[in-house]
Design a binder for this molecule. Sequence first.
Ligand code: PLP
Length: 452
Amino acid sequence: MSLLYYSTNLESPAVNFPEALLRGQAPDRGLYMPVIIPPVETGQMEHFRNMSYAQIASEVTWKYLEGQIPREILDALTRDAYGFDVPLEHVTDRKYVMRLDQGPTASFKDFAARLMGRLMNYYLSLQNRKLLILTATSGDTGSAVSHAFLGLDNIRVVVLFPEKEVSRRQRKQMTTLGHNITVISMDGKFDDCQALVKQAFADPVLEGLSLSSANSINIGRLVPQTVYYFYAWSRLSKPGEKMIFSVPSGNFGDMMGGVMAMKMGLPVERFIIAVNGNDEFPRYLESGVYEKIEPSRNCISSAMNVGHPSNLARLAALYRGVMDEKGNIRYQADLQTMRKELWSVSVSDQQTRDTIKSAWDSHRLLLEPHGAVGWAGLQEFLEYHPDLSAGQLCVSLETAHPAKFPEEINSLLGFNPELPPSLQGLEEKEEHCGNLPTDYPAFRDFLLENYS
Ligand SMILES: *Cc1c(COP(=O)(O)O)cnc(C)c1O
């Protein structure tokens, strides 16, 4: 009766939701996908127009979780996860920007991480288990994960970060939390922190600690990312109207949420997948030949500097192809259908900066580099499709708050964006931060002393 989840590499057995959630990656290194995409009936969707974001989240995620959690618990978890606003800013004609930046860390990653954390905590408490989440961060992931798991009683978090590569504000977003969140600075680089975490996962001495990662490929992060597409539709669309979404993309989790929403029945005309200089996907969509970019290119939309998006294996699976975790195509996806439903473009740093400037000058629309890639992608799509009328409903996603990029905004627009409430008052809060040498035995001993 319950929906099962298969591995995109097709070599591990299908499992139920809690198992896929607590495992993260399948044993064959594939990504978990639902064996069918559950439909949402048009009649049900109409009711979303009168529901809150949290209620829509419960309706939509229930399609994936039915039979695996009591409904009233899911209702309570979504209410707890989504207490913040989701602004849909009108720009011009029927063009909007959806701001996914009002969560506690002012990034769209809050939407996925907060519900994933609560679901994990629920299943752990049923199984009487506890998890220790280890994560290395170069800034934003660490704070989104820490905030998402803050105060959950079956999960403890240890975050490692490179002292010299993280901004003061990013550091304070993690070190002022306390409770079940422990933050440790290291004098090495991000890659050194990452290597220590990987070594810990592979160390048999630490087996008793129930280590886990809050991996970005977890199915528990994908499912909540289908919700805001339904939300935008519920607030903006007229009866029978189809939408265009533009999604600034890196690892393609955000975009996958949207494409799944479309396959569930959301009326979508096209998805625009806007990437920065890492253009492996638009090239693939055009040619059918996939070449990842190694090492990935450094662009100002830094959270999208991905030369091989891990969720591409899921996209291929959705279009009846098979791609392994390294990017090898074992069976080509249905490119023809993909090209009808998706459109992709690479946006340079120069275009990104020009877009921040022109969006402000023409529309008083304030964008940061990631959202600007999405908005630029939409403009370019509309130029190539002059047949679409000005009345076409389009929504471009803004994935971070402009106040997280004060230098870039100030140099282009000449002012500092106002901090959102979530980032205010950080200066006065007390920091708790450990420090360890970049040395595996020291890290292992720290974990053994504090967590066994
Ligand atoms: C992570 C991130 C992205 C990219 O999202 P994906 O799901 O990896 O494509 C875009 N913008 C911001 C601000 C991010 O933090």
